[in-house]
Design a protein around this ligand. Structure first.
Ligand SMILES: [Zn+2]
Length: 270
């Protein structure tokens, strides 16, 4: 009896080993990490979440991400969490298909495909903000284009596309959320080479060559939308920032990151 048991156990073990050895190559193994990231970059990413929450751009939802500096097909963003609560421990890594590298039971943001597909389509983009920036939403549901009305938002001179999720023939589109790769691809195509695109009845995406740029663009886009709406309520023709002015400021932006430390102190000191 004892001999039989040992033999049976050995058989089970052999079958188990054989099964592992025969695992098909297509099985879902977690994607490899892009490698260690400088803690200073993670700190900037966390600060980005906290600043945008503090500035009223991010509500309890919305997210900020950064492309992995060691592998362009990886990106970093927070697990599903209110932005004002994000810490370095909440930052997760994703592959370009938006699969988590090391989930450890942490819940991913449903709309992470916004980030993955923008990084895939636009190699120069290194940081992405998705928010429900409240003052921009009216410009996503009317025929009034969002245009730069003050110098800090002069980068909007190139135009602000409005993307309507109904343009994607996808069964998930009625949810209004970017829940998969095809919907994310459509949004990334609509953004093109612009820094900002609006999502109809939802919010916006703001991109940049680094976290600091994307964050300040997101803040100034929100403020510009507030000012443009105020100007329209005053009535009469509006004198917008001209393309010549926008182009000149793009080429010589001065010291655009001067506000970062002050914003960070205000946001993190709470
Ligand atoms: Zn959203």
């Amino acid at each position: 009896m004892k001999t039989y048991f040992v033999a049976a156990a050995a058989t089970v073990a052999l079958v188990f080993v054989a099964a592992i050895g025969q695992r098909p190559a297509t099985a879902q193994a977690p994607p490899a990490s892009g490698g260690r990231v400088d803690p200073a970059l993670i700190e900037d990413l966390v600060a980005g979440y906290r600043i945008l929450a503090d500035q009223g751009v991010l509500d309890a939802y919305g997210h900020v991400s950064v492309r992995h500096p060691g592998n362009p097909n990886r990106y970093l963003m927070s697990r599903s969490l209110a932005p004002e609560d994000v810490t370095a421990n909440d930052i997760m890594e994703y592959d370009i298909d938006s699969n988590p590298v090391d989930p450890r039971g942490r819940l991913s943001v449903q709309e992470r495909f916004i980030h993955g597909e923008i990084y895939r389509a636009h190699p120069a983009v290194k940081a992405v903000v998705h928010s429900h920036s409240p003052a921009v939403v009216p410009f996503s549901i009317t025929k009034v284009p969002l245009r730069p009305v003050y110098h800090m938002a002069s980068f909007l001179w190139v135009g602000v596309p409005v993307w309507d999720i109904r343009s994607v023939k996808d069964p998930t589109a009625a949810s209004l959320l970017v829940r998969n790769i095809p919907v994310g691809k459509s949004l990334a195509a609509a953004l093109g080479d612009k820094p900002v695109a609006l999502l109809r009845g939802h919010g916006n995406v703001v991109v940049g060559p680094d976290i600091l740029t994307a964050v300040r663009y997101a803040i100034w886009t929100e403020k510009n939308a507030q000012m443009q709406t105020a100007a329209m309520q005053l009535g009469g023709p509006i004198t917008y920032i001209t393309p010549e002015e926008g182009d000149a400021r793009d080429k010589n932006p001065g010291d655009p990151n001067r506000g970062w430390e002050a914003w960070k102190k205000h946001a993190m000191g709470k």
